[in-house]
Design a protein around this ligand. Structure first.
Ligand SMILES: NC(=O)c1ccc[n+]([C@@H]2O[C@H](COP(=O)([O-])OP(=O)(O)OC[C@H]3O[C@@H](n4cnc5c(N)ncnc54)[C@H](O)[C@@H]3O)[C@@H](O)[C@H]2O)c1
Ligand SMILES: [Zn+2]
Length: 361
């Protein structure tokens, strides 16, 4: 078992990563069970694919599972979804001292984590991420949220879990397209600050996407270590350090919004395009070599991820100007001086981005 500490003083917690961890869930989660019971929040797809394994693992430790299921899909991460979930958790008698188990992808982690943050003014929760995106990114760091009329993740809270349990074997039932999308977020850590890991990705990305367990384990561990270090330094994204994790994301959010947040473009797919754009824009500004930007594009393409944007440059730039990180007509973009050398630029104006996008779409 690989254990990674997220060092946050009295809110510190451990991320445990091991193949087959779900089979031993009873052992790992015994200390969180109340009266021999644990309430699990999951979605219909995850429960169908992995629920029995978790229930069996918990039972082996003498823990009974009480599942609260929400429909799979981003629509559940809404005010209505939150209301229904909190009502059901209260009906089950969840107390402030109880632990809720968030068992699913990033949608479930964000929704159940936010429900935990506000239920009875805050109860505890454990993350058991089942998608690649959640295992390399969203389950660590304590950002929880739902979507609102004004946009994605607009209502939420920082609420750290008590433990994160990652079993890469859950990925065996994750659709290949979702694996690739999550992989884009793993590549991101290499591009932000770990050129050696990006080189490893170039070498191993294809077999990882094809199902190689050892490669998946390595990518998860490397990503979690990188994220844990950044979160420990800048938990609430006030120092600029955590903002680096937004590499490619301002472009990505605009692309996702233009696609209507539909299955047409998954978040991780938008991130692959967004990161490519961030590197090309950096090259255009003379910050990094054009060859670096092309290396990034080539890698995403080689694993079947998109790297080209489509749509209207004006519409995308307008979306970017409305990003929650923009202020006074200026965009806050994560740019790069090379592979593994990302930084936050505050001096980008929307017109410059629009002119650049016009050459890309
Ligand atoms: N909190 C954060 O720091 C953070 C970071 C990145 C993304 N997010 C959020 O995460 C969400 C995206 O996460 P996601 O990509 O995991 O989406 P998701 O949770 O919707 O999962 C994607 C699909 O895969 C299915 N699935 C998940 N695990 C499975 C498994 N093991 N077997 C079979 N099917 C499985 C789900 O039911 C769903 O249909 C977005 O809401 C995004 O805003 C949060
Ligand atoms: Zn992301």
């Amino acid at each position: 078992v690989r254990q990674i500490e997220v060092a946050l003083g009295h809110r510190s917690y451990t991320v445990e990563i091991a193949t087959g961890l779900l089979d031993r869930a009873g052992e790992n989660l015994a200390r969180f069970a109340c009266r021999g019971r644990l309430v699990i929040v999951s979605d219909t797809n995850v429960w169908e694919a992995q629920g029995a394994t978790l229930v069996r693992g918990l039972a082996s430790g003498g823990i009974a599972a009480e599942a609260v299921l929400v429909p799979a899909g981003e629509e559940s991460k809404s005010w209505a979804g939150l209301q229904s979930l909190t009502d059901r958790l209260l009906a089950l008698g969840v107390e402030r001292g109880d632990h809720i188990v968030a068992f699913g992808g990033g949608m479930i982690g964000d929704l159940a984590g936010f429900a935990a943050a506000i239920l009875k003014r805050g109860c505890s929760y454990v993350q058991v991420p089942t998608s690649f995106l959640a295992q390399v990114d969203s389950s660590v760091g304590g950002k929880t949220a739902i979507n609102a009329g004004a946009g994605k993740n607009m209502v939420g809270a920082f609420h750290q879990p008590s433990l994160v349990l990652i079993d890469p074997r859950t990925l065996d039932t994750l659709p290949a397209r979702e694996v690739r999308a999550g992989y884009a977020e793993a590549v991101k850590y290499g591009l932000i600050g770990d050129p050696g890991f990006f080189a490893w990705c170039e070498e191993n990305g294809a077999r990882l996407v094809d199902g190689n367990a050892e490669a998946r384990l390595h990518a998860i561990e490397t990503s979690v270590r990188a994220k844990a270090a950044i979160v420990a330094e800048d938990e609430h994204e006030t120092l600029g350090r955590r903002a680096l994790l937004n590499l490619g994301h301002t472009f990505a959010h605009a692309l996702e919004a233009e696609a209507g947040f539909s299955d047409q473009l998954l978040h991780g797919e938008a991130v692959a395009i967004g990161i490519t754009l961030a590197f090309r824009f950096s090259a255009e500004r003379g910050l990094c070599a054009a060859a670096d930007a092309e290396r990034v594009a080539r890698h995403f393409k080689s694993v079947g991820l998109p790297s080209r944007a489509s749509g209207s440059a004006a519409a995308l730039a307008a979306r970017m100007a409305h990003d929650k990180k923009a202020s006074g007509g200026r965009l806050r973009l994560v740019l790069a001086r090379g592979i593994g050398e990302a930084f936050v630029a505050d001096d980008v104006d929307t017109a410059e981005v629009e002119a650049f996008l016009a050459t890309q779409v």
